[in-house]
Ligand binder design. Sequence first.
Ligand code: GNR
Ligand code: NI
Length: 181
Amino acid sequence: MTRFGQLFNLLGLFMALLEILHFPDQRLRKKATAVTEITAKIRQLAEDMLETMYDAPGVGLAANQVNVQKRLVVIDVSEDKSSPLIFINPEIINKQGEREHEEGCLSVPEAYELVTRADTVRVKALDLDGVAFELDADELLATCIQHEIDHLDGKLFVDYISNLKRQRIKKRLEKQFKQQR
Ligand code: GNR
Ligand code: NI
């Protein structure tokens, strides 16, 4: 987060916690569209998404999860929440190997399952100034980037597990979120 972001966060001003959609909400299935202009609204969204992710807490968040169908992702896999990353229109330009990693998702609370993905990835994206950058990722960051780009394409980690497991999770969450309303 920027210095200003951190300051505002400490003061508890101007930033907002966004509501996270939950599986099986169909809005999570919409494909997000490219960000064509980095406006003040997009910058505000990125800040709010970071705050929402840290509050949850989670290591990543895609705009679809907060009901904005734009290709924007925030990630911070650091121990001390000191390394926020913002990816606009991210694309994986190279993947290598395979690795199984236990995944969870803020849109699928309390479900953790093994998913096989590429071991390392090279990702290309724009930063908040519209400047293109590339990043090599491994370990949790590699998993997280692939998980978030899936969100932008309307895909969830539960799509990779058995139908039986997915149906069980769906039933539990439908019940849980009906009770809360
Ligand atoms: O917080 C999260 N943890 C996580 C752990 C393993 C693999 C992927 C993730 S991403 C998740 C946050 C989230 O739902 N992002 O979309
Ligand atoms: Ni997720």
